[in-house]
Design a protein around this ligand. Structure first.
Ligand code: ZN
Length: 507
């Protein structure tokens, strides 16, 4: 809590560099920073024509690599003497346990581990567990947080469509960066950014840049622009081109590419030449495909329709699926499809009560998600897991229907399995990547220390999330974000929202 960054030399050095970059950002807009960053290079070897050419390219794209601050480096760390919940069936919980991290990987988990070269992170009165894995989130529209109004024309869908259509790449960047900062603040280490407002390549690059700068692990799913007619396919050439140059966007393998598919049904039934060309292109490229389907009662039969056309499979994630009948749940299970549920938005928008145990009993890989803060307000995934658990108990009229530990599994290892990354993250086990969080239990809402699983699900607020480590990088420490400037993130997002609102000129 008290040691913040000062006891971590490598991170401290990076912090100085980051502060310098943050100062640069505050001095001017991206283009100006870009100009400054390439002027020294020009002095050495680049002639004026090339310099002007670079500026023109920056204008077209607006964002340049020189704009981003470096992420903290991966050091050698030992989380010492904590209540360690590994979420691994063999290792179990380790009271007074240690987690040793080296080069972004978990080197050892156990008691009294010897690691003389490692920086010590004191784990007393802390619960250590794998970082939370989020499985479907339209991060761009965090710029419109809680902007769902009280009249039908101000509901979620018209709001996202009307305001999404006037958003620039810079607005996308600010929305996603705000969401990414909140994700880290709440203890998420992996997100699935389902980006369904791609109005051109600059929008995609702006979105990706925000995730990269935050240091999150992510699946980033390429979608359509808000307002695209159901009769028109999304930009599949751009998807192919993005995939072929993916190394430029993957942040060293932390960000993977997926496809955000509209499915067969949207506002209307999509024509087969649209939904099939989109699906077949994505499947042909070997991309995981995600779609909203069977969201509410009047969407019954949609999953069966997909199954009939062979549009389910291990590469398909179905989102919401509240209307799934027992037969449709079996179709999902048989096909190997995954499901993502988002009780924070499903309840709010009136889809009904989230289905969970039905999918688990059928063996469908399941993850929990934020979906959209336009509806959910905040993105506290611990709170969303609590909501999910309470819905299960309420539906069953049973205090013991859904154990807290089962919910923690859903938020960690099960979420990772549903995204196909459980070989790398989701539990604390030697050889896995170091995505780890530390929850401080010495605050009023967490005292006294009773049952750690119940405490985590029922009590955790973002301010209890003391430390967040992604791939060995410390991105939150002592309650503070290390790679992002919290005030700047909020201030610039607010300015962006004001500009969007003015441009839309609706309310
Ligand atoms: Zn959604």
């Amino acid at each position: 809590m008290q040691n913040a960054l000062h006891d971590i030399d490598e991170v401290g050095d990076d912090e100085n560099r980051q502060q310098k970059h943050r100062d640069q950002r505050q001095e001017g807009r991206a283009l100006e920073v870009h100009a400054r960053s390439i002027i020294p290079t020009m002095r050495h070897s680049i002639n004026r024509r090339r310099f002007m050419g670079s500026l023109a390219a920056a204008s077209a794209r607006w964002i340049e690599p020189a704009y981003s601050a470096p992420l903290p480096s991966r050091g050698e760390l030992i989380l010492r003497n904590a209540y360690v919940m590994t979420m691994d069936p063999t290792l179990g919980d380790i009271p007074g346990g240690d987690v040793h991290i080296r080069n972004g990987e978990i080197a050892a988990v156990g008691k009294a581990i010897t690691a003389p070269a490692a920086t010590v992170l004191d784990g007393q009165r802390m619960i250590v567990l794998p970082g939370l894995v989020e499985t479907h989130w339209h991060m761009w529209n965090t710029l419109l947080r809680s902007f769902d109004g009280e009249k039908p024309d101000q509901g979620y869908f018209p709001t996202a469509a009307a305001y999404g259509q006037v958003m620039t790449p810079e607005d996308m960047y600010h929305g996603v960066r705000l969401a990414a900062a909140e994700a880290l603040n709440c203890g998420m280490t992996t997100v699935h950014d389902y980006c369904h407002n791609l109005r051109g390549r600059p929008h995609a690059e702006a979105d990706l840049r925000a995730i990269k700068e935050a240091g999150l692990r992510a699946r980033w799913s390429y979608g359509w622009p808000q307002g695209l007619p159901d009769t028109q396919a999304c930009n599949l050439d751009d998807l192919r081109s993005l995939q072929s140059g993916w190394a430029n966007f993957s942040n060293g393998g932390l960000i993977s590419l997926g496809f955000a598919w509209r499915g067969m049904f949207r506002n209307t039934a999509l024509p087969p030449e649209v939904y099939r060309s989109e699906f077949e292109t994505a499947r042909g490229l070997g991309l995981p495909i995600s779609l909203h389907v069977g969201s509410r009662d009047d969407a019954k039969g949609q999953i069966a329709a997909l199954a009939k056309e062979n549009l389910l499979g291990k590469d398909v994630q179905a989102i919401h699926a509240l209307s799934a009948s027992p037969a449709e749940i079996q179709m999902l299970a048989k096909a190997g499809s995954q499901v993502s549920v988002s009780p924070g938005t499903e309840l709010r928008i009136g889809y009904g009560f989230t289905k969970i145990s039905e999918f688990l009993e059928a063996g469908v890989p399941l993850g929990v998600s934020v979906d959209s803060t336009v509806l959910s307000g905040d993105a506290n995934l611990f709170g969303i897991l609590k909501l999910a658990r309470n819905i299960e108990n309420a539906r069953a009229h049973d205090e013991f229907k859904m154990p807290a530990r089962r919910m923690l599994q859903l938020g960690t290892i099960d979420g990772a399995r549903s995204l196909g990354i459980d070989d790398r993250v989701g539990s604390l086990k030697p050889g896995k990547r170091a995505d780890v969080i530390m929850i401080a239990t010495n605050q009023l809402n967490m005292g006294v220390f009773t049952d750690p699983a119940q405490m985590l699900i029922e009590s955790t607020q973002p301010e209890n999330v003391d430390t967040v480590i992604v791939d060995g990088r410390i991105l939150k420490r002592g309650g503070n974000l290390t790679a992002l400037d919290r005030d700047q993130v909020v201030r610039e997002a607010a300015a962006s929202f004001m500009a969007v609102r003015k441009r839309a000129n609706l309310r």
